[in-house]
Design a protein around this ligand. Structure first.
Ligand SMILES: *[C@@H]1O[C@H](CO)[C@@H](O)[C@H](O)[C@H]1NC(C)=O
Ligand SMILES: *[C@@H]1O[C@H](CO)[C@@H](O)[C@H](O)[C@H]1NC(C)=O
Length: 300
């Protein structure tokens, strides 16, 4: 799909515009983040990016004051000796921070957002991460770390997006044409954002974040419309209390199982921001279910 077609598709489904803080762990100049940024803006949202100056994959929830950079940023996206944080010269909404993902989220929420918006962020999103963050990986992911920082430390509802990705590493924001999988992930992530925004405030219950993983956008799953959303758990839940009644069961499926099922299923897990496990209380699970219900399907 061409970028202009994507923009039109998203404008057609535009909802109320909200202030969204966007981060990741692959770096501010990474392609997936920028494609998603374009899609959110096309949908009418007021988005500020605050993300690490370079790849900070696997740094979890670490948070440390940014230090001055000597080297250029990732993909030469800022010149050498640019200080501890900075922004695109013509796009002050695109910010980098020379530290961890959670730190960049903190700077975005505490500093760049209030400076540019004069108001707090209403929603935080991270990613889409280059490669998935399922189950055990959730504990090491900086993309998850930044989302959990927003939900737990700052009380801002947050969604972490991650995606199956071709080998070879992430790509720079200047990659042209934009690869179709990056466009599909951006469109899907924007659909979920708009669904939550449509559901009204509060967008998520207290201390809840969503962990979302897109299977490969190839073959039978090449278009956004091929994908289906499934409510899931981060951990298996063998020893957990019952889940909300859904799809004829009181145990939500494990996100890894959803992801591994043939048929373009996207697991959406209800995360507990206090420990990165699944929210083990039916009341908060039910609030999320009610918000997403009419876009969800059951696994076959
Ligand atoms: C900065 O923004 C300009 C204008 O949108 C764009 O052409 C350029 O690629 C951006 N550079 C970075 C590093 O974001
Ligand atoms: C980012 O860093 C991680 C950890 O060092 C590495 O495994 C990964 O391949 C890097 N990603 C890219 C796209 O360079």
């Amino acid at each position: 799909m061409k970028a202009s077609v994507l923009a039109l598709a998203l404008q057609a489904m535009a909802v109320q515009a909200v202030r969204i803080l966007q981060s990741n762990d692959d770096g501010w100049a990474e392609l997936y983040l920028r494609t998603f940024n374009d899609a959110l803006r096309s949908s009418g949202h007021d988005v500020i990016v605050s993300a690490p100056a370079e790849n900070q994959s696997g740094t979890g929830g670490r948070d440390a004051e940014p230090s001055n950079r000597q080297a250029a940023c990732h993909y030469n996206s800022c010149p050498p000796n640019s200080g501890a944080f900075g922004h695109n010269a013509t796009r002050p909404d695109l910010n980098w921070v020379n530290s961890f993902p959670a730190t960049s989220m903190r700077y975005g929420l505490d500093r760049f957002g209030p400076e540019l918006w004069g108001a707090p962020a209403e929603l935080a999103v991270t990613g889409p991460n280059y490669v998935t963050n399922l189950w055990l990986a959730v504990h090491f992911s900086g993309t998850v770390g930044a989302a959990v920082y927003a939900a737990h430390e700052a009380g801002v509802p947050a969604i972490a997006f991650s995606a199956a990705s071709p080998a070879g590493g992430s790509q720079p924001w200047t990659t042209t044409p934009t690869p179709s999988h990056s466009l599909v992930y951006a469109e899907l992530a924007t659909q979920l954002v708009n669904k939550l925004v449509d559901s009204g405030k509060p967008y998520l219950p207290d201390d809840v974040w969503l962990n979302v993983n897109f299977p490969a956008a190839t073959g039978a799953c090449s278009r956004a419309s091929d994908f289906k959303w499934v409510l899931s758990r981060i951990n298996t839940g063998l020893l957990s209390s019952r889940d909300v009644e859904w799809c004829g069961s009181d145990r939500l499926p494990h996100e890894q199982r959803v992801y591994d099922t043939d048929g373009c299923y996207i697991p959406v897990s209800i995360g507990d921001a206090s420990d990165r496990s699944t929210v083990n209380d039916v009341a908060r699970q039910e609030i999320v279910l009610d918000k997403l219900r009419d876009m969800l399907v059951c696994l076959p």
